[in-house]
Design a protein around this ligand. Sequence first.
Ligand code: CDP
Length: 796
Amino acid sequence: MTQAVDEIKIGGLGASRKRVEDSRFIRGKGNYTDDIVLPGMLHMEILRSPLAHARIKSIDASKAWDIPGVHLVLTGEMMATRNLAWMPTLSYDTQAVLATDKVRFQGQEVACVIADDPYIAKDACEAIVVDYEPLPAIVNPVDAVAPDAPVIRDDKENQPDNVIYNWEVGDADGTERAFAQADVISKLQLHYPRSHPSPIECCGSIADFNRATSKLTVYMTTQAPHIIRAAVAMVAELPEHMIRIISPDIGGGFGNKVPVYPGYVCSILASILLERPVKWIEDKTGNLISTGFARDIYLNGEMALRQDGKILGVRMHCDADHGAFFSDAQPSKFKIGLLHSAFATYDIPAAHLTARGTYSNKAPGGVAYRCSFRVTEAMFFQERMIQAAADDLGMDQAAFRRMNFVRDDDFPHRTAFGFLTDSGQYGKCLDVGLQAIGYEEFRREQAEARARGRLLGLGISTMTEPLGAGNSREYDILGIKMFDSAELKVHMTGKAILRTGARGQGQGHETTWAQIVAHELGIPADDVVVEEGDTDTAPFGMGTYASRSTPVAGAAVAMVARKIRAKARKLAAHLLEVSEEDVEWELGRFYVRSAPSRGVTIQECAVAAYANMPDGMEPGLENTAYYDPPNLTWPFAVYIVTVEVDPVTGVWDVLKTVAVDDCGVRINPMIVEGQIMGGLTEAYAMSSMQFITFDAEGNCVGSNYMDYLLPTAWETPGFELHSEVVTPCPHHPIGAKGIGECAAVGGPAAFVNAVMDALSGTGVRNIDMPLLPDRVWEALTHRRDVYGAPPVRSDD
Ligand code: CDP
């Protein structure tokens, strides 16, 4: 007699199954791009520009060519003869592969050397003589639009200035009317500084062109292998079926590994020219100075408020500094990503956002660093403005939020900027958070401490985030609609292989996707092997970024398992000798409705698919599903932080951090907690210590880990996580919402709000991130705001 299986025992939904990928990672048996060694492989190094803006008068590579072991030197001029000096970006701009006319940021790729080993290649790079004529550099959006500003992109026709776009969304007139009715107008200027995803593994590729088969195989660190295949087909003009992109283990991506970088293109061309495999592994400085920066947005925000606390309208103007090339990987329709998800948490009648993007002499920026296309900036601006508005009204921070939240029974809710949010229990999450932090008691303690000269503060951040682009109606990248896919093959013994169009970089997909199959089919998760990242075997997908995997690829996994179950039902009816309508399903088995003890397991159905199928049925048990979500998923979170600020030094310590995350159904609670802790660590880093800044000449400060700080376990405070609020996503097949980014998105405002709360009453309204002790000290001592990126200090 067969029996239903126990979902937790087989590692289904809700099981904190240990990560299967860790078995190889903790043994040092991961297979990263740099671990791959191919016969006859050569090595590539990149020569980068020391200057931020300069005309190239000449490049003399003759000495490099003379070095024994050098096989090829690529320059922009050579690339131009093959129409490869420039490449298209994912935001419909162009980007130099190797500079020809000018260099436009410090660290820009100028030449490449391919040699027997990386050391020879590096030495040969140093032997290349480039004659530069320096030009004035622009390092911020204000100077970018000054009347006498040099035009950075003079390579482009119809580009008379440094403006990339002017974009707007929302209701300008309605917002105007709201402001006319306001009792109080709260204003805030903010800067979200440049930061870098800085994954432990840098970018890299091994291109292997085989002249005999005309096939190009590229092993590379990409979060989106299929998009890269399309881009390579476009840039290198190779037929798509002759390109195979393999993304092996990836040591963290965080958005840094979505764009196409010049190093990839050069290694591919070099392999085609030399007919040998060519490996390029970026070093840490190269990664920090030239790839995928994030943020760097300035905000002028205003809120129209009624005296009783009701928000009547919001007005935002954002200036985004994109660096030398507009290369954001983001949905085509939205020039400043999903920044207009700001204020989606609140029920606001009218809102208007204007945005201007400009070029500067900085590395291309704006990648979605652990963020659904600029949602990090959106939620940071939102929560800082909310805190300032509550202060301006003299209202309690929690009460002000609660009064303006979208209420549980208001869903589905159309936000002032036009998104449709569909579920959540915002008030309940806030209650749990306030209870956990001991809100009332802390406020009492804070007042008593203040009387004794001690500065305690409490910061709240309540956020929702649009995760899971697309639907394909609204979301595309370079015209390719955003959806995702899964392919499931159940072998005759009931074991299975699952492939998806996503590509994890440490998130645990190999563990959690198998749990979805277990939930849908009753096949133990340990019997399902998950494979991602090979374009020759995985179904087409848009990759993993913007926490879209669970909302889209994860949904495709559930849907393909359901297709398998539908066929297995027919097989069960055949085995049980009843009609399909008489067959019922419980986890892991089909049974006869009228005789529940008569049943067959899913594994027995799998054997039958190969050994005993009914007449006329196609053999085998495998299928593919493409999933185009009806909407984004909208997780919600409350982060509350308490701090103590030392008024003498400006040093601040975190006393307690509470996180209440509602990401719908949790597939693997342990993995979800890991995602939240990682996100909070990054949030703490961004708010307290991280920035990349530039001096007036465009020299980058932050291109090494002495300047760009990553918190270790020693610096990172402890976090208290709460999981009791679960609002399933109404349209996701298993009710899950994305979680990967929430804490990195919502966390920074909680830390900053806590410090600002500690400083309340001192006349200081804002300190821009990072809240380094000297900036806090400066604000406290001079009783004034501190705006913008930290200044670059010189030793003289
Ligand atoms: O796209 P990405 O994988 O970065 O983000 P995600 O879809 O939010 O998922 C991050 C990790 O958390 C994956 O291993 C998910 O399967 C897991 N997860 C979960 O267990 N339950 C959820 N409701 C959401 C994500």
